[in-house]
Structures are given as C-alpha cells and as structure tokens.
Design a protein around this ligand. Structure first.
Ligand SMILES: [Zn+2]
Length: 291
C-alpha cells in the first residue's frame, strides 16, 4: 500500500493558507517527511495495540489521531533531543472491528492500515434466561468505565508488562460467545483468565497508580485498577483480598491482591484486563513487546 505524502505548495494563496492554519490552530503540525511518522504495526490484528511514533520540531504542537470516530492524543516521550521532540500515541484496534482496510487520520493526513482477523474462538453455550445475570451494583459500571477512560500524562511503566498471576490460563483474550445459537455481536472476553487457587498472589503488571480498589461489587467483585499513564489501565477482578489503597503508587510485580471468586465468577480465578484509551486490548502482546 503506497503512502501518500502531501506538502503545502509554496504557491498556495495566502488566504487559503491562513484558513488552513486557523482550522488546525493549536491542534495541528505538519508531519513532513515519511520517516517522521511510524505506525507499528500497519497491519494489526483485531484487539492489538498500534503504536504511533512521531518526531516533530520541538516547538510544534502534535496533531490529533483519529480512528473509527475516536480521537487519540500524542504524548511526549522523554525530553527533547536537539530541535526535535518524540511523541507516541496508542490506538487499540477494537476486537469487534471486522478485518479489512481502514484509514487512520493523523492531523490532516490519512494513512491506510489493514486490520487482520485474529481468529478468536467462538464458545457455544446454552443458557436458561434466568441464569445469565448481569445486574451490577449501584455505581459499579460508572466507576469501572471512568477508570477505563483514565488518560493521565505521566508514563509510570517501563518496558514489557508482566504476567499478573502464575496460575494457568483458562480463558484467553478475545473469545466470542454464541448463546443459544446466536452470536453476541458486542460480547468478547475482555481479558485473560488465570485459574489460580483461592488466595494465589496477584501482581501489578507494571508500575502504576491505584485508581480503583473496591470491595463487594456484584459483577467485578473485589477489584483493583492501576493507571499506568498515557491511557493504559490494568484491571484485576474477583479478588479474595485487596492489598492496596486508592492513590497508592505500586511497583512492577508488587503483590496487590489475592485470587478469589467474588462477583460474577463461577470459581476462583483472576480476570486480568488491559485497556488502552478506553478499548480492551490483548495483554499477551504487551507481555512480549516493548512499547
Ligand atoms: Zn474473564
């Protein structure tokens, strides 16, 4: 797929140039040469996180990224090197987005990306109507949604993310469900389940700040959420015990709780999720990839 680059012609009428500047004032900087923007990977799988690297003159304002009607921010990486500044944006491809070609907007430019089929398995289950109960506690969904959308400036992680539990994986990320013969269009397994024994240690996947440490919710049970900064948040569900407090800074690998079966769980397990700018992403990719 050829990438198209356009630079403003010097002969552009001044009026048009000014109109363009006004339109993008404060939010746009020309990306310039092709090597200034790197999208990794340009052919992501469903549920994978795309990492956008951008290098700009230090005095420029980074553009906004647009993908599937959502906007994403570039965050500065480290300090400026000479006259240039490095930025990074994280875009998680939704699991339910069909495979195919899509455009990604970066400022006024557009790049083509190809989403590939991740081949998530479909689990066929039969349920009686009264059995499948998703009734949450008052304020539960709102608090969890708010934590998912956390976007603080400071990066609190360094390097790859760690596996949060030593127990074996019982359900992988992305599993779809067919209930009574019908595929649930919006449902997918938003994390990884570790079938640990009751009381097995649960570790912080990376450095972060505790933004949620709540006991007794009907669906999530006892839950911890860690804000790793720049739109990356991890969740630990169904704990039997929480060992951290809201606002606390935790170190990578620190024990933050114990495996349990609180909330909507059929047995002791850890449900671990990683959200990137409000979208559930496959954590296993973050275990091996240095973002
Ligand atoms: Zn789960």
């Amino acid at each position: 797929v050829p990438t198209i680059y356009r630079t403003l012609p010097i002969s552009l009428p001044l009026g048009l140039l000014l109109a363009g500047q006004a339109l993008f004032a404060g939010s746009h900087a020309a990306i310039g040469s092709p090597e200034n923007l790197k999208i990794d990977p340009v052919s992501p799988r469903q549920g994978q996180t795309m990492v956008l690297h951008l290098t700009l003159p230090a005095d420029a304002t980074p553009p906004v990224v647009q993908f599937q009607k959502k906007t994403y921010k570039f965050h500065a990486q480290g300090t400026k090197a000479g006259d240039m500044m490095k930025y990074r944006a994280l875009v998680a491809v939704p699991v339910v987005l069909p495979a195919g070609n899509y455009s990604l907007g970066v400022g006024e430019e557009t790049r083509n990306i190809t989403v590939t089929n991740a081949g998530f398995p479909v689990q066929k289950i039969h349920l009686s109507k009264d059995k499948d109960n998703f009734i949450s506690s008052p304020g539960e969904e709102e608090a969890v949604q708010k934590a998912r959308e956390c976007d603080s400036e400071k990066q609190l992680w360094d390097g790859t993310f760690r596996v949060p539990c030593k127990a074996r994986i019982t359900t992988r990320f992305g599993l779809r469900r067919m209930v009574n013969g019908r595929l649930l269009a919006d449902y997918f397994h938003t994390g990884i389940d570790y079938g640990g024994g009751l009381g097995a240690p649960v570790y912080a996947t990376q450095g972060g700040r505790v933004i949620l440490a709540h006991n007794g919710w009907r669906l999530h049970g006892n839950i911890v959420a860690l804000d790793h900064g720049q739109g990356v948040v991890s969740f630990y569900l169904h704990l039997s015990k929480i060992l951290v407090k809201p606002g606390e800074l935790v170190a990578p690998g620190q024990m933050i709780g114990k495996v349990g079966s609180t909330g909507r769980a059929t047995g002791p397990h850890l449900h671990f999720s990683l959200y990137v700018n409000g979208e559930a992403t496959d954590p296993s990719d973050w275990f091996i990839r240095h973002v």
